[in-house]
Design a protein around this ligand. Structure first.
Ligand SMILES: *Cc1c(COP(=O)(O)O)cnc(C)c1O
Length: 366
């Protein structure tokens, strides 16, 4: 059997070194004689691990002290509800930038909790190419409670590299599929959230990075009906342990943070990510057998959708890829074609194996 490279969009592959370490200490963690998942989240040994994981993430992203880092349940979609519940008071409205499937879903969910102003920035040109309105041309409302956007649209393969200037309005970003893939200036954001299963660890964990002044006092600024487990202030006051956190996912995320630090941090992995994306886009662009219709500057470096010009070859492509150990390349059902998700854990050898296969497949079927 060939080495397997898993291109799944999420849950995605984890670093091999992390999996090996987790396996080694699976039934006896730190000489406790127990698995880490069998220990109380309030035991000192677990708390020490949890605190270290947070410190490592702060280090990796250079998160300033006036931001809380919360380890939550509920995935990215949980935050589609939590963000408006916590940040959208009665009588105010929020701007939602829509450039793909996830930002659209976030806007639809937010409408359950308040007045939402949807701003569509996606443009399809006559030649079929997809582009976006530049960040400095977004028609933002001056008095919005916050602006929400998705810097990397996982399904559509669209990435926004420029950080919008919202003129003081709190900026909220769904970074589920781009967090830790390249350096960002956290101070430009009021709140960043990310489901873990793309670039952090296993599913079941969501990271929320939130500027303290947004939380308010007591139960915070949250809407009255906000469930306690979704209340940022409650979560912050309890060090993300108001209820039992996803303890095993937290531990594995901690191992991923350590792995990333050992590699040289976000700056180092960003270079590899750039090289991986270039390799794949070049292969697509230099052939008329494969296509990607996203305008150059908005192409995602994490999720790369592509189409075979002759779509009748799709099934053949996928089954031969799988025989070569190249897994989960089928595109999202909303988009079709193929999609290669190449998060931090995907080594460049995996992308090389994919482009080698793509070129061979083209030669043999043309
Ligand atoms: C995967 C994803 C989500 C949804 O995450 P769940 O954990 O399944 O709720 C939301 N936003 C983005 C950008 C994603 O990639």
């Amino acid at each position: 059997m060939p080495e397997v490279f898993n291109f799944c969009a999420g849950p995605a592959m984890l670093p091999a070194a992390v999996m090996a370490k987790a396996q080694k200490e699976f039934i006896n963690w730190n000489n406790t004689g127990c698995s880490v998942m069998e220990l109380s989240h309030r035991s000192s040994i677990y708390m020490a691990m949890a605190t270290q994981a947070e410190a490592d993430l702060r280090d990796l992203m250079a998160i300033p002290d006036n931001y809380k880092v919360l380890f939550c349940h509920g995935g990215g979609r949980g935050q589609f509800s939590a963000v408006p519940l916590n940040l959208l008071p009665q009588g105010k409205s929020a701007d939602y930038i829509v450039n793909g499937s996830w930002s659209k879903a976030a806007a639809i969910e937010a409408k359950n909790f308040g007045d939402i102003n949807v701003i569509n920035i996606r443009e399809t040109h006559d030649n079929g190419r997809v582009s976006l309105t530049a960040v400095d041309k977004w028609p933002l409302s001056a008095d919005a409670a916050y602006v929400h956007y998705c810097p990397n649209e996982t399904v559509d393969g669209i990435e926004i590299n420029d950080i919008p200037d919202t003129n003081g309005v709190p900026l909220v970003a769904d970074m589920s599929s781009t967090i830790l893939s390249h350096e960002i200036d956290v101070t430009k954001f009021a709140l960043i959230y990310a489901g873990a299963q793309k670039n952090i660890g296993p599913s079941g964990l969501t990271i929320v990075i939130v500027r303290e002044d947004l939380l308010g006092e007591g139960k915070g600024n949250a809407q009255q009906a906000t469930p306690c487990i979704m209340n940022y202030q409650t979560s912050a006051n309890n060090n993300s342990m108001y209820n039992t956190p996803p303890t095993y996912a937290w531990y594995l995320a901690g191992l991923v943070f350590q792995w990333l630090k050992e590699l040289g941090g976000v700056k180092a992995i960003a270079k590899v990510n750039q090289a991986k994306a270039e390799l794949l886009y070049q292969t697509i662009d230099k052939s008329d057998f494969y296509q990607n219709n996203i305008e150059q500057q908005y192409r995602s470096k994490m999720n790369i959708p592509f189409w075979l010009t002759d779509e009748s070859l799709n099934e053949q492509f996928l089954s031969q890829a799988e025989q070569q150990g190249l897994m989960a390349l089928e595109g999202h059902r909303a988009v079709g074609g193929m999609r290669a998700s190449i998060y931090n854990a995907m080594p460049i050898e995996g992308v090389q194996a994919l482009v080698d296969f793509m070129q061979k497949f083209e030669q043999e079927t043309k």
